[in-house]
Design a protein. Structure first.
Ligand SMILES: NC(=O)c1ccc[n+]([C@@H]2O[C@H](COP(=O)([O-])OP(=O)(O)OC[C@H]3O[C@@H](n4cnc5c(N)ncnc54)[C@H](OP(=O)(O)O)[C@@H]3O)[C@@H](O)[C@H]2O)c1
Length: 322
């Protein structure tokens, strides 16, 4: 593993999860090439390492030569690229299948030692186009690079997350919140720090004593399984905004989502409503965080630290939580 220099390439290192992975690789002494469409977006990561340790690297994701250049010299490659909704020039297939396959091919050619691809939990069952693209992407990547390690996280929480912050913002504004499909869909939210640590272990821990993450799929969930309704209840607890929950059948939610998907940054799309029809929990018999030596962090330890900022009057408004 250390025959090569300690260089890692992280695609999507500017994103919510990717930035945590970059920071951990830097702390392990790696020089990290942050492959991005806009290098300026990675500048904020530079202070987490010594001078020159974080290298923002312009990559034209659809260009095989550019992807190869980004990977050249690296022993570790992590792919965190992903989108939740499509636009005319950004398609699920491109981000979740075609581009990662280019990475997989480059990893094979450049003698990369570990390649970790971030997929998503529930892709085997879910019917959404997002899930289908992730599922087909996994297969295409495995065909190109059989030793890829695939991580399938459930919904990820942490201070800069999309999911909890978005619903907390909605709860600030609206007196009613929709319980799509009755709010029965189950999730197993996982802490961003645990997902980043899982990637680090899969990337760095030597193959020994029955441990070999190459060619494996890990399903990453937190210690609690909660329904959509319970997530609203947690939001109410930590933000102080107790809202009326209005059950909304999937069919009606899809119509609403169609209009919401027309916004520049859609709050909800019909495809996301589709994905709510299946539970998002770790399946039995799969490799999990514990197989990577990680005990998952509970939501109650992390959510208050950032959701309390949504309280009326801020986090110190309620003496009991101050
Ligand atoms: N967050 C979750 O709850 C969650 C749950 C399950 C699975 N995942 C998966 O985990 C991975 C990381 O998630 P994340 O939440 O960290 O993602 P994110 O912050 O939304 O985005 C990750 C990266 O994707 C690139 N990207 C975004 N839009 C793009 C576009 N239109 N064209 C090309 N590149 C684009 C960006 O890279 P540049 O701008 O630097 O080029 C960005 O840094 C994704 O594969 C996601 O599907 C996330």
């Amino acid at each position: 593993m250390s025959a090569k220099r300690k260089i890692a390439t992280v695609f999507g290192g500017t994103g919510f999860l990717g930035r945590h992975i970059v920071k951990r690789l830097v702390a392990e002494g790696y020089t990290v090439k942050v492959a991005t469409r806009v290098p300026e977006r990675a500048y904020f990561l530079k202070p987490c390492g010594s001078v020159g340790q974080v290298v923002p690297f312009l990559c034209r994701y659809s260009d095989p030569a550019s992807v190869r250049e980004a990977i050249e010299g690296a022993s570790i490659v992590v792919n965190c690229l992903g989108i939740l909704y499509e636009r005319r020039r950004r398609r699920f297939h491109d981000l979740h299948n075609q581009i990662p396959v280019l990475m997989a091919e480059a990893c094979m050619r450049e003698g990369v030692v570990r390649f970790i691809h971030i997929s998503a939990l529930g892709v085997d069952q879910a019917r959404s186009r997002y899930a289908a693209s992730k599922r087909e992407g996994e297969r295409a990547i495995q065909a190109a690079c059989p030793w890829v390690t695939i991580m399938r996280p459930s919904v990820i929480f942490g201070p800069e997350d999309n999911f909890f912050n978005m619903f907390a913002r909605l709860a600030q504004i609206f007196p009613l919140l929709p319980l799509i499909g009755g709010g029965k869909t189950k999730f197993q939210p996982v802490y961003v720090g645990d997902v980043a640590q899982a990637v680090l272990v899969a990337a760095l821990r030597p193959v020994a004593g029955g441990f070999d993450p190459r060619g494996q799929i890990y399903e990453l969930g937190g210690p609690e399984v909660v329904t959509f309704r319970q997530i609203y209840e947690l939001l109410a607890k930590y933000t102080g905004h107790k809202r009326i929950l209005v059950p909304l059948p999937f069919s009606v939610a899809k119509i609403d989502a169609f209009f919401l998907s027309l916004l520049p940054r859609p709050l909800l799309t019909p495809d996301q409503v589709e994905s709510l029809k299946t539970d998002n929990v770790v399946g039995s018999g799969n490799l999990t965080l514990s197989d990577l030596g990680i005990s998952p962090t509970g939501m109650s330890l992390i959510l208050p630290s950032y959701l309390e900022t949504y309280r009326a009057g801020g986090r110190f408004a309620d003496k009991k939580t101050a």
